[in-house]
Design a protein around this ligand. Sequence first.
Ligand code: AMP
Ligand code: ZN
Length: 492
Amino acid sequence: MKRNLQLYNSLKREKETFVPLHETHVGMYVCGPTVYSDVHLGNCRTFMSFDIIYRYLMYCGYKVRYVRNITDVGHLLDDGEDRILKGARLQQLEPMEVVQKYSNGFHDMMRLFNTLEPSIEPRATGHIVEQIELVQQIIDNGYGYEINGSVYFDTPKFATQTGEYGKLSGRVIEELVSESRDNLKNQDEKRHPSDFAIWMKAAPEHIMKWNSPWSVGFPGWHLECSAMSTKYLGNQFDIHGGGNDLKFPHHENEIAQNVSSCGCQPARYWLHTNMLLLNGKKMSKSDGNSISPVELITGDSEHISKAYSPMVVKFFMLQAHYSAPLDLSDEGLLAAEKGFKRLMDAIKSLNKLFSTVGAGNLDNELKAMADAALTEMDDDFSTPKALAKLFELVPKINSLADGKISINEVSTEAIQYIQKIVNDLVFNVFGLKDEQDGQHSAVDGLMELILNIRQKARENKDWGTSDQIRDGLKAAGIVVKDSKEGSAWVYE
Ligand code: AMP
Ligand code: ZN
């Protein structure tokens, strides 16, 4: 079922009809997390958005190769320290322990929000050879130069000769002077402040470093995505995604590297998600303005009045378009909780509807309402508008379920048609789960019982029993979080 998809292409700054390079296959690359600390909810929003895009492309019948990398080297902080190395220094861990720990944590969060695994999840440190080859190609083509063992990208030369620099971010070279986020330490070495490092010579005490023709060092951050997208998706592929904070310098420089090495734009469509805000400001851990998924689902945060389930959080996010900013608030989550329950209840009723008539007066109207939800998804994956269309169906479903509208108004075929679209969209494309379904409530009931016993033990200062329960649950893969309001649990 090929549909007429319209995508907002950040590179062109307009909506375009999606025409994949190969009729049946789609290649999509999304910049993954830098695994030096726990992911926050803003990161989760971006990856949930691309998960829905991935799922909808598959729903439309495409075979999708979805590549989402793990950044485990080269992403420097403003002071020039590698994020992974800082994590290792502060926690007294091996860099690869840091990478493993936070990759695991990231995957746990992705599972919590019921997102699918990408087809390939390559790591930057696993692709050093490819990155060194790319640096060499850039040098050979005249767009890279070496100074003191580091290699820089010659941005002004690339900009003048190709006219391709700044197209994505809308920046011009003059604006970029001294704005470059990477490697400020070596600013003096570069020929021009907008040049960026593609290979960096490592100081003797630097831990993560590799041999190269230029020095023992490590790759620049932007390089990994150019190397890995090319390796797994080819010189040109369909979709490249990431948060809009990555447009510059990361994506702009990625394009420059690809164009200068192979002569073509890597991706035909660039999709950018917008930021999750908390109290009107970008959610960011370094500014202390963040809430973690675990805090949200345990209610253990000053920003919220109660715990919210992962599916309520996901539903809350679906109510905004991926390209619009979204401000997280307690009121918004409370409203989402009600809306989510209403939708789940309606779907339960829908799935029980049973008609024996061959044709009904309402067939066309109801089928058109379900179709309309899909049409909204065709329009740049508009989850809020698709949900709005589903909510137009809800009162009709409820009326059919409670007999206010006779079931004879709808045919067997129409009911099955609507059931299929609604279930596919809500469960397979949005990846929502009914948290009240049988299996889940049995676990919930058991957990409530166990946590009550533990609470009694705590009240009696029976710390042995309380700890035994907590440790036993941990061994079973369940973490208990204690807060003022009581105890909550999450899968580890
Ligand atoms: P990082 O680990 O910082 O490289 O970020 C991983 C992904 O999360 C990138 O695509 C970022 O653009 C995205 N991201 C970071 N902060 C936010 C936020 N507040 N809202 C939405 N996406 C974000
Ligand atoms: Zn990237």
